[in-house]
Design a protein around this ligand. Structure first.
Ligand code: C5P
Length: 268
């Protein structure tokens, strides 16, 4: 069986506070993207083992620390997984959670067991099971699908060569005393029924631990002539417009040779 695991764009991320369990309460508006995406093939094998091969990204583990491996194991194993990675790691695009959800969908299409194990695999996995446009609350596991979608939205996804670990960024947010984002970007018309601004409360924390982030974003914004919001815990940035973003992709590729860039649309 072959399944696709799409990247996730966080259009709005409010971090409300640290919880007793070490996670953070949040409120987010998220959407699946047409690009980048990972491909996953599943094949039954005898016994209850999980075998995993990963292509396209040499730093992604192939053992039980990989969420796709854990998703297959949680559903009883007996499966060989072939994962073709295109979603950059440690970029805030939710690749690992999306891979895990795609494995759950492939192995349990009815969702009978998948929904029960999703939240235990990671905060974003319940959302990724369904994907599309949604609001997330709690630590992320409370998902409200928004069936209207974001027709006509163009999303430029730009990933710098430096990356960040999600726990490090949340820890920095705690150490800074729980800052709110200082920047608010007017939302494009397609997003306005759901949010008037694009904002990410993790931006000050990510900038505090990765000093290259802010000058890189300033340069990106001047090259595309539009504001960019950080994706999730970073370091990817998103430029959102009503209409296609292909011309912006060309500009970014010419200016930043060591940057990964996709011209995507929102997927319902
Ligand atoms: O749930 P998941 O394993 O994907 O989360 C990864 C890390 O991100 C957690 O260990 C935690 O440090 C941080 N996190 C958080 N609050 C959330 C979601 C994630 O602090 N709501």
């Amino acid at each position: 069986m072959k399944v696709v695991a799409p990247a996730k764009a966080t259009l709005l991320l409010r971090v409300l506070g640290l919880r007793a369990d070490g996670y953070h309460d949040l409120e987010a508006l998220v959407v699946s993207l047409s690009e980048p995406y990972d491909d996953i093939e599943t094949e039954s094998i005898p016994g209850d083992r999980v075998e995993l091969t990963v292509e396209g990204d040499s730093i992604v583990p192939t053992d039980e620390t990989n969420l796709a491996w854990r998703a297959a194991d949680a559903l009883g194993g007996g499966v060989r997984l072939r994962l073709v990675k295109r979603i950059p790691s440690r970029a805030g695009l939710g690749g690992g959670s999306s891979d895990a959800a795609a494995v759950l969908r492939a192995l349990d299409p009815s969702g009978e067991w998948a929904e029960g194990v999703a939240a235990g695999l990671g905060s974003d996995v319940p959302y990724c099971l369904r994907g599309g446009l949604a609001r997330m609350r709690g630590r992320g596991e409370i998902v409200e699908p928004l069936p209207g979608g974001l027709a006509g939205l163009g999303v430029l996804v730009v990933v710098p060569p430096f990356r960040l670990s999600t726990p490090d960024v949340y820890r920095a947010w705690d150490e800074l005393g729980g800052p709110r984002a200082v920047r608010e970007i007017d939302a494009p018309a397609a997003v306005r029924p759901y949010a008037s601004v694009l904002v990410n409360d993790l931006e000050p924390a990510a900038e505090a631990i990765e000093p290259r982030l802010r000058p890189w974003r300033d340069e990106l914004e001047s090259v595309v002539g539009a504001p960019a919001v950080m994706a999730g815990s970073g370091t990817a940035h998103l430029v959102l417009t009503d209409g296609a973003v292909d011309h912006l992709k060309t500009q970014v590729m010419e200016h930043f040779p060591d940057t990964e860039v996709w011209a995507a649309t929102a997927v319902r």
